[in-house]
Design a protein around this ligand. Structure first.
Ligand code: CO8
Length: 255
């Protein structure tokens, strides 16, 4: 197994990428295991927030170069490795990437496919594919550009030079930078905070924010309104508002 799945606390699922000998290079088997863990956590009502992490040295140093080096275009097409990546987009629960060390190529793309990114001071984010004769293929040119803007994304993609954690924070690519020894705690703290929110509202809010990435303002606003109205069909809306009026803590049930 190339991933380790745990439940560190009630409501939180944790997936650790585990191919340390190759800096968690993302081969097809690892990606399939990762996505299958994500899908089963997404279906599990006991899990409200998902963490993906690597180890101290690497979140992931990219797609597995060994696995691709001899492939032809037709091999790549028939293998259709992106099908498994695409499934990450359909995970409805929030996913937090906790990144230490290298997040390069597919590793950076995987972090960007998550909803929030917490990094240790040692993290570095880059798209070095240009150095090996290719270019990003799992969202790097698209999500990076949306996150940091055209100018910075262009520089990263054309030079292959990575951003250090602090630079990535300033560029708007990641949410927080913490000392390495606090990474797990901080990621868990954020997961705990989100896991305590009303799950249906979290799910729809995630959908609405993602919608903003690929639609017009008008369509996005209409979509947001529909999801907002839909939440008035939930018990948690009643509970949340009632608890506010009664000046007590809400008890959300995910219904
Ligand atoms: N694939 C396969 N093996 C890798 C990878 C990788 N991406 N990265 C590191 N490794 C292996 C090394 O070959 C080495 O193995 P061995 O001990 O057997 O020689 C081991 O991990 C340790 O690596 P290094 O000795 O190189 O460690 P260093 O600390 O000297 O360097 C670096 C670390 C800078 C991260 C260096 O390993 C490196 O440059 N790695 C490659 C980074 C890269 O180019 N990533 C992009 C890959 S392409 C990609 O991600 C495309 C994604 C889109 C397609 C996804 C679906 C197909």
């Amino acid at each position: 197994m190339y991933v380790r799945v745990t439940r560190p606390e009630e409501g939180i699922g944790r997936i650790q990428l585990h191919r340390p000998e190759v800096l968690n290079a993302l081969n097809l088997q690892l990606m399939e295991e990762l996505v299958s863990a994500l899908v089963s956590m997404d279906r599990d009502e006991g899990i409200r927030c998902i963490l993906i992490t690597g180890d101290r040295r690497a979140f992931a140093a990219g797609a597995d170069i060994d696995e691709m080096s001899d492939a032809t275009a037709v091999d790549m097409l028939l293998k259709d490795q992106f099908a498994v990546w695409d499934r990450i987009r359909h995970i409805s629960k929030p996913i937090i990437a906790a990144v230490s060390g290298y997040a390069l190529g597919g590793g950076c793309e995987l972090a960007m496919a998550c909803d929030l990114i917490i990094a240790s001071e040692t993290a570095q984010f880059g798209q070095p594919e240009i150095n090996i004769g290719v270019m990003p293929g799992a969202g790097g040119t698209q999500r990076l550009t949306r996150a940091v803007g055209k100018v910075r994304a262009m520089e990263m993609v054309l030079t292959g030079n990575p951003l250090r954690a602090e630079e990535a924070l300033q560029a708007g690519l990641i949410n927080r930078v913490v000392p390495e020894e606090l990474l797990e705690d901080e990621a868990l703290r954020m997961a705990r905070e989100i896991a305590a929110k009303p799950p249906v509202a979290v799910r729809l809010a995630k959908k609405a924010v993602l919608k903003a990435m690929d639609t017009t303002l008008e369509t996005g606003l209409a979509y947001e309104q529909m999801l907002f109205y839909l939440l008035f069909a939930t018990e948690d809306q009643r509970e949340g508002m009632q608890a506010f009026l009664e000046k007590r803590k809400p008890r959300f049930r995910g219904r």
